[in-house]
Design a protein around this ligand. Structure first.
Ligand code: PLP
Length: 395
């Protein structure tokens, strides 16, 4: 084991703060006993605040992929058409999942270098005068590319087209790191997971569900059992679950919500934006290119960096792991070996960022990747330019 702490700088799972680890380090309790109701109620209520919703949030003991499936099987019927947008690897996986379920996805193609384009969605919806499209599905923070889709604008596009489709958003890697408002943005199903901005280990996932989505679930005909919202929402009213919940992760979730409340969500978002800007300053100083080409879509969660032609991102990451004990995110599918991804999310501060960027700069040197020195300095300058981090302020 190398000395010191491993740097886990992938874009999720993110680092789990000691406070959350301690909150989970309790005996697992009887999930049907009297003591559990308080844990369950606190988690179910508290998480609504993180999603920005007054409606129900279903919590599954599953990874995010399960919550993707849950969103679709609860609301749709075999053969239904869904409009999806190709922002990157994760939107492509969600589309494949929809196909496997017997849905008929229309995929608006993208170049993986920005978020979804609301005008393209509006144009496609306007063509659909028969209202065959039953849902519009968009990934908020595309973790494979570091691009953010403008969710409020997609809502406006759906409204401008006068289309009744449900609106489903994957903010698995956006929630609690960048702004998200389920109710204000008129989202019908929001999908998320524990292992990113919520600073928890992998293991639980979420569906925030609007009244419209709940109504759709009454007539949806896709097969479902484990994922059925109805089975959850009943027992959830008293703080219980229909099957064994991930008890210890729920202890951690309550602690994560307390931490987010103490810092204040707006401060959390500002911290992420600040670190992302400093990271991009470093990338620019190295003479490398950020994968996201649209500055309005830059992600506060992660930065994907293009390697110079002819150089392997995976080799660079392997050298960095070996020499500096730091894990960086790999390039996925279409951009495999072409990009590396820097996670700057969750429980993360200025010095962790500087350590991360130092490791990258040394890794670039060790792996013989052509670059200019001075990226860490540029990041420090950017942090200084923006002023000291916001002081914690309770909301
Ligand atoms: N969607 C996005 C945007 C993700 O980042 C991920 C995982 O990283 C997923 C979906 C899939 O989630 P999971 O791996 O938890 O099943």
């Amino acid at each position: 084991m190398p000395a010191g702490r491993h740097f886990l700088q992938i874009p999720g799972p993110s680092n789990v703060p000691d406070r959350i680890l301690r909150a989970m380090d309790y005996p697992t309790m009887d999930h049907r006993g009297p003591g559990f109701a308080e844990v369950g109620k606190a988690a179910l209520e508290g998480v609504k605040w993180v999603f920005g919703t007054e409606s129900h949030v279903v919590i599954y003991p599953s990874s995010g992929t399960g919550a993707w499936e849950a969103a679709l099987v609860n609301t749709l019927s075999p053969g239904d058409t869904v409009l999806m947008y190709e922002t990157g690897h994760f939107s492509t996986l969600w589309k494949k999942l929809a196909e496997r379920l017997g849905l008929n996805p229309i995929f608006i193609e993208g170049d993986w270098r920005g978020g979804a384009d609301p005008s393209a969605i509006e144009a496609r919806l306007r063509e659909d005068t028969a209202h065959e499209i039953k849902a519009v599905c968009v990934v908020h923070n595309e973790t494979s590319t570091g691009s953010v889709s403008p969710i409020a604008d997609v809502r406006k596009a759906i409204d401008a087209a006068g289309h009744p489709a449900l609106f489903m958003v994957d903010t698995i890697s956006g929630l609690a790191s960048i702004e998200y408002r389920h109710d204000d943005w008129g989202v019908d199903v929001t999908v998320s997971g524990s292992q990113k901005g919520l600073m928890l280990p992998p293991g639980i996932s979420f569906n925030a569900v609007s009244e419209k989505a709940l109504a759709a679930s009454k007539s949806a005909k896709l097969q479902k059992s484990y994922w059925a919202w109805d089975d959850m929402i009943g027992p959830n009213k008293t703080g219980y679950f229909p099957y064994t919940p991930a008890t210890n992760i729920l202890y951690g979730l309550n602690e994560a919500i307390a931490m987010l409340r103490e810092e204040g969500l707006q401060n959390v978002f500002a911290r992420h934006a600040r670190h992302a800007a400093a990271t991009r300053a470093a990338v620019q100083a190295w003479g490398l290119e950020v994968l996201c080409k649209n500055p309005a879509h830059y992600s506060g969660v992660l930065t994907a960096v293009l390697m110079p032609e002819g150089h392997s991102a995976d080799n660079f990451r392997a050298v960095t792991l070996r020499n500096y004990d730091m894990s960086l995110g790999n390039g996925l599918s279409k951009v495999s070996d072409r990009v590396f991804r820097i996670g700057h999310l969750g429980d993360f501060n200025d010095l962790m960022l500087c350590g991360t960027l130092s490791g990258i700069e040394m890794g670039l040197r060790d792996a013989g990747v052509p670059h200019k020195a001075g990226g860490v300095q540029a990041a420090m300058d950017e942090l200084g330019r923006q002023g000291a981090p916001a002081q914690a302020a309770a909301e």
